[in-house]
Design a binder for this molecule. Structure first.
Ligand code: ZN
Length: 144
């Protein structure tokens, strides 16, 4: 049933990143709310329920809207907001090319870009990080 709903929603005009985000957040909130209900936190439960309803209403308003230009604007603003958030993410390290594998520095860990196979270098000991290839802008996860 859920899969059918997703199939119905995807690939339609008016369904964009913002709408997918709205419905995903609504679903996550609904899942979280099961716990608030079980633990008897009814005030939080009611607030989250209202937010969830609002998200779903927003989703359908945007989904059924004929004003595509306006929806596109909203989605662009949302994507810009996401990009800003990504930029301020401290996990994203600037990577440096290393063309000489012999001169490996032990303070760095070396990765190969899965897209263009460029050699990338990141500082060691940072844990799980997101590496962005400076050549092709591909992001992938790694452990340094
Ligand atoms: Zn690359």
């Amino acid at each position: 049933m859920f899969q059918k709903l997703m199939q119905f929603m995807f690939g339609r005009r008016g369904n964009d990143e913002l709408n997918i985000c709205l419905i995903v957040v609504a679903l996550i909130l609904g899942f979280l709310n099961i716990f608030f209900r079980v633990f008897g936190l009814f005030l939080i439960y009611r607030i989250i329920y209202l937010v969830q309803l609002l998200l779903i209403v927003l989703f359908f308003v945007r989904f059924l809207s004929k004003n595509i230009a306006q929806r596109q604007k909203e989605n662009d603003a949302f994507l810009r907001f996401l990009a800003k958030f990504k930029k301020s993410n401290k996990d994203d390290y600037n990577t440096v090319y290393s063309n000489d594998p012999v001169k490996k520095n032990k303070n760095y860990k070396y990765f190969k870009c899965p897209n263009c196979t460029a050699k990338l270098r990141v500082p060691k000991g940072k844990g799980k990080i997101t590496i962005t290839c400076p050549k092709c802008r591909t992001s992938f996860k790694g452990r340094s």
